[in-house]
Each structure stands twice: as structure tokens, then as C-alpha cells.
Design a protein around this ligand. Structure first.
Ligand code: NAD
Ligand code: 6OD
Length: 491
């Protein structure tokens, strides 16, 4: 059986306590995972600090740019291994993992290498009344040892989105991938070892959240900052732990995202986009649209067309080239999603498609599959409309005016993303800017430029990462202010 070990201070560490990494495709065991205890997390944090005091702490930005590029090259060489590990852990289709997860994981290192290589030094000249002036410039230094806690939905993509800029800025990291997806993080540790990242700079600890590696990281007094992606409730627990040491946190949390579809949209392009926005990764992307508002003149046409497209959606073995949707991440998460299907029934929803569990008559019946589902007819205060489900389900509702739909779309405690579909240019700008979210897409969805700010409002997060926003989070900035006298003393 494959073993996923911890990687601490440049060494592979086993544990007497292990758990099974199970694939949601058919419930079989992928690997035995070695769970880190509090002592091992402590060793990892100490190793990080030692690395910062040693050779790693003296690296130049140019050396780190070179290192990030070598990491990307080695990941590319092992692309197939990453692909197999990600698909086994998540059940996501080849069509997605090979075009989004793994290439983006690699691109994160290349992009942050480029961003660091071209990062400007912030400087300001201040003229003084006596004719002298002050020159200010900002020195960028690492924060220290950064705790990185990541989720299961886009495991490599979201982990490297944080690890790449953290290393670019010269930090050491202690990472904890989700207990459901330990595979690609373990491969990433192999890559770090292969390219010669100094011991202690990249530490991987496996485990769960409460009373396990996640909690040990967030409570550790010598962790300098925490970057976390996951549920809003978990974010709030981690924030309480971080408050003790007044530590910087960067949080990318849950969403209950709205799609707003105007009657003047390009209908077929919108339908293609909305199929992705609702069902990509079985709806397990924090940016997915779970609330879809459609202008009344095209509401019935939209519902009929969506139901028709769902009939053609290929829900099948992840390795088949044509497969568009795989299982959910785990039986536990499938049960949560099914409980929301049940709640929708109790709240009086009409099911336009799906609502159950597909039966395959083979090993997949032991997996974590659900049907792509569309519901309608709920009022805006129903729990199904207000709570994040994180599955292949959306609620569709008609609207009559721009102001009404802006109000309803913003009527949520979350604030991550919105997608607006219209051919009216002014309306596109007006509506997208009025969304209380971190990102508004117009006539597209999940199109990412890694230099742009990414994050959420309200329960969806704290701070922004991406491009210079990431470099600023992962750096301690010191402003140096130099007074330059008007006259030289020898005048
Ligand atoms: P989760 O919060 O359950 O777990 C995320 C990570 O936190 C895991 O590694 C887990 O082990 C760890 N963890 C859990 N409890 C912890 C604790 N008490 N202390 C420290 N660590 C703890 O989230 P998940 O189920 O893995 O991911 C799905 C959620 O993530 C959804 O809510 C989704 O919207 C959100 N998400 C948000 C973004 C974003 O960019 N905003 C991206 C992806 C996922
Ligand atoms: O693309 C990204 O950079 C990003 N952070 C995506 C988040 C997706 C959420 O599931």
C-alpha cells in the first residue's frame, strides 16, 4: 500500500498514528497517511526558523526566482504523477485535472517567479520646507514561518497559490493539506527535495483540523502568519487561535455566489458558461453559482435549456476523456449535500433536474456520487438559498428589474464572486461593480489572471491574494526614510 509520510526538516517522517486516504470514485483505499502529532509540528516550526537563520535567510530575490522556476520545471516533468494523485484523491475528471488543477499548480510557481522578478521597489520623495528632502523606500523581508492550511476541492492549485508567493518572499512554510487530499502535497514535497530546497524551508505535515495538525499549526506560538482556505466556520476558529499572538491572517472562505442573467445575453454562450459555473468539479468550487437569477422574459427558456443540457452531461469514470462530472469528495460530504436536497424538498422546492444518487451497477455505487440538480420555487429567505451547499446544485429564480436583482444578489452574508451575463455594456459595468464581492465576472466565469486581487467580502474572507497583493501579505515591509540635507558640509 502506498504511504504518504510527513516531510520535516528535509526528512521523511513516519508516524505510529495513520489514517486512510480513500477515493470517492469507489470508496477504495488510495494510501496510508502518517498523521503528524504536536511534537512533529513543533519540530517543523523550529526547522523553519533555523532555515531562516541559515543559508535560506540570505538568499536574494534573484536566487528565489530561479528556485521557483526549477520547482515548476520539476513539477512539469512529474505532471503525470500529479495528475494521477489528484484524480485518485478527488475523483475529478481528466478533462478538468489536466487543464485546470495541474497546469495551474505549475503556473503558480512560474507566475510568482515573474511577479517577484519584476516587482517594483516602492519609493517616495518628500520635499522639506528647509530645502532638504527625505527619500523613502520600502524594504521587503520575509514574515518568518508561515502556516498554510488548505482544502480538498482544488488541492494542488490552492496549495501552490499560497506556497509559491510565500517562498518567493523568502519565508519558510509548514503546510497541511486536507486530510481528504494528501497526495499532490506529498508529491510537491518530493519536488522540493529533488530541486534542493534547503531543509526546513518547506515542511509538510499531514492530519486533520481539530486536535490534530491543523489546530497545532494555528495554535503554535512561533508560527508567524496563517494563510487558510476553507470553510468560513473553520476560518473563525483559526482566527481565534491567531488572535492570541496578533498574527496576520489571509482567509479565502466560503461563498453563496449569484449569477445574474439578463434577457439580452448571448443565450448559447451564457448556457455554456453557466453549465461550468454550476457543475465544474461537481459544484465544489468556492466560486460556483448556487443562486441563479434570470430575467423573466427568458426564465422558462433558460430552465428548459438547462434541464436539457443536464441530460447530456456525462457523469462517469474520471479517466474517460468525455467525462464532465465525477463524484463529490467523500461519502461524508455526499451526505451533507443530500441533506440539502432533502431540506429543499421540505422548504417546498420544485426539482427541475436531479435530486438523487445515480446508480451505476458497479463499484462506483460504493463511491460518493450525486446527480446534477436544479431547483426552483424557494423564497429568498429559505435556508437552501442562504447556506453554502458546495455541490452540483443551483436554485433558479426570475427577476424583473436591475435594481431588484442587485438587491437580491447582495442579500447574503457571503461575498466571494458573481457572474453577470448581458450584451449591454453600461449595464455590465454598472451591475458588476455594484456586487458586494471580491470578483465579478462579465460574460465569463472562473477566468483567472494571477496578478489580480483575489478574496472575498463578509463571510467569504479576509484580505486579498494574487500578484503584488500576495507579495505584500507574505512580506514584512520596512519603510526606510533617509533625510538628505540641502547642502553638503564642505560648502
Ligand atoms: P474545511 O474548513 O473543512 O477544511 C480546510 C482545511 O482546514 C483542511 O486542511 C482541514 O483539515 C483544516 N481544518 C479544519 N478544521 C480546522 C481547525 N479547527 N483548525 C485548523 N485547521 C482546520 O474546508 P474544506 O471542506 O476542506 O473546503 C471546502 C470549503 O472551502 C468550502 O466552504 C469552500 O467554499 C471553501 N473554499 C474557499 C475558497 C476561496 O478561495 N474562497 C477556495 C476553496 C474552498
Ligand atoms: O484561481 C484561484 O487563484 C483561486 N484562488 C481559486 C479558488 C477557487 C475556489 O474553490
Amino acid at each position: 500500500m502506498k504511504q504518504y509520510r510527513n516531510f520535516v526538516d528535509g526528512k521523511w517522517i513516519e508516524s505510529t498514528k495513520t489514517f486512510h486516504d480513500v477515493t470517492p470514485i469507489d470508496g477504495s483505499v488510495v494510501a496510508v497517511v502518517h498523521e503528524a502529532d504536536r511534537d512533529l509540528v513543533d519540530t517543523a516550526v523550529k526547522a523553519g526558523h533555523q532555515a531562516l537563520e541559515g543559508e535560506w535567510g540570505r538568499t536574494t530575490a534573484a536566487q528565489r526566482v530561479d528556485l521557483l522556476r526549477r520547482i515548476a520545471n520539476e513539477m512539469e516533468r512529474r505532471q503525470q504523477d500529479f495528475l494521477e494523485a489528484e484524480m485518485a484523491d478527488t475523483g475529478k475528471p481528466l478533462s478538468m485535472a489536466s487543464t485546470i488543477d495541474i497546469p495551474r499548480g505549475i503556473a503558480n510557481f512560474r507566475n510568482f517567479a515573474d511577479i517577484l522578478a519584476t516587482a517594483p521597489v516602492d519609493s517616495h520623495r518628500l520635499d522639506l520646507p528647509d530645502g532638504a528632502y527625505a527619500l523613502n523606500y520600502t524594504a521587503r523581508k520575509p514574515l518568518g514561518v508561515v502556516g498554510v492550511i488548505s482544502p480538498w476541492n482544488l488541492p494542488l492549485l490552492l496549495l501552490t497559490w499560497k506556497v509559491a508567493p510565500a517562498l518567493a518572499c523568502g519565508n519558510a512554510v509548514v503546510i497541511k493539506p486536507s486530510e481528504d487530499t494528501p497526495g499532490t502535497a506529498t508529491l510537491l514535497a518530493e519536488v522540493m527535495e529533488a530541486v534542493g530546497v534547503p531543509p526546513g524551508v518547506f515542511n509538510l505535515v499531514h492530519g486533520f483540523g481539530p486536535n490534530s495538525a491543523g489546530e497545532f499549526i494555528s495554535q503554535h506560538p512561533d508560527i508567524s502568519a496563517i494563510t487558510f482556505t476553507g470553510e468560513s466556520k473553520t476560518g473563525s476558529t483559526i482566527m481565534r487561535a491567531a488572535a492570541e499572538g496578533v498574527k496576520p491572517v489571509s482567509f479565502e472562505l466560503g461563498g453563496k455566489n449569484a449569477a445574474v442573467i439578463f434577457a439580452d445575453c448571448d443565450f448559447e454562450k451564457m448556457l455554456d458558461g453557466m453549465m461550468r459555473a454550476i457543475f465544474l468539479n461537481s459544484g465544489q468550487v468556492c466560486l460556483c453559482s448556487e443562486r441563479v437569477y434570470v430575467e423573466r422574459p427568458i426564465f422558462d427558456r433558460f430552465c428548459a435549456a438547462l434541464a436539457e443540457r443536464i441530460k447530456a452531461l456525462k457523469v462517469d469514470w474520471p479517466h474517460e476523456a468525455e467525462t464532465q462530472m465525477g463524484p463529490l469528495i467523500s461519502a461524508k460530504h455526499r451526505d451533507k449535500v443530500l441533506s440539502y436536497f432533502e431540506l429543499a424538498r421540505q422548504e417546498g422546492a420544485t426539482f427541475l433536474a436531479g435530486g438523487g444518487v445515480p446508480r451505476f451497477g458497479d463499484d462506483r455505487d460504493n463511491g460518493a456520487w450525486v446527480e446534477p440538480t436544479v431547483i426552483a420555487g424557494l423564497s429568498d429567505d429559505a435556508r437552501v438559498i442562504r447556506e453554502e451547499i458546495f455541490g452540483p446544485i443551483c436554485h433558479v429564480a426570475p427577476f424583473d428589474s436591475e435594481s431588484e436583482v442587485i438587491r437580491r444578489a447582495n442579500d447574503t452574508r457571503y461575498g466571494l464572486a458573481a457572474t453577470i451575463w448581458t450584451t449591454n455594456l453600461s449595464r455590465a459595468h454598472r451591475v458588476s461593480e455594484s456586487m458586494r464581492v471580491g470578483i465579478s465576472w462579465v460574460n465569463t466565469w472562473f477566468l483567472r489572471d494571477l496578478r489580480t486581487p483575489f478574496g472575498g467580502a463578509g463571510l467569504s474572507g479576509i484580505g486579498r491574494e494574487g500578484g503584488m497583493h500576495s507579495l505584500n501579505f507574505y512580506s514584512e515591509l520596512t519603510n526606510v526614510c533617509v533625510r538628505i540635507d540641502k547642502e553638503s558640509p564642505d560648502v
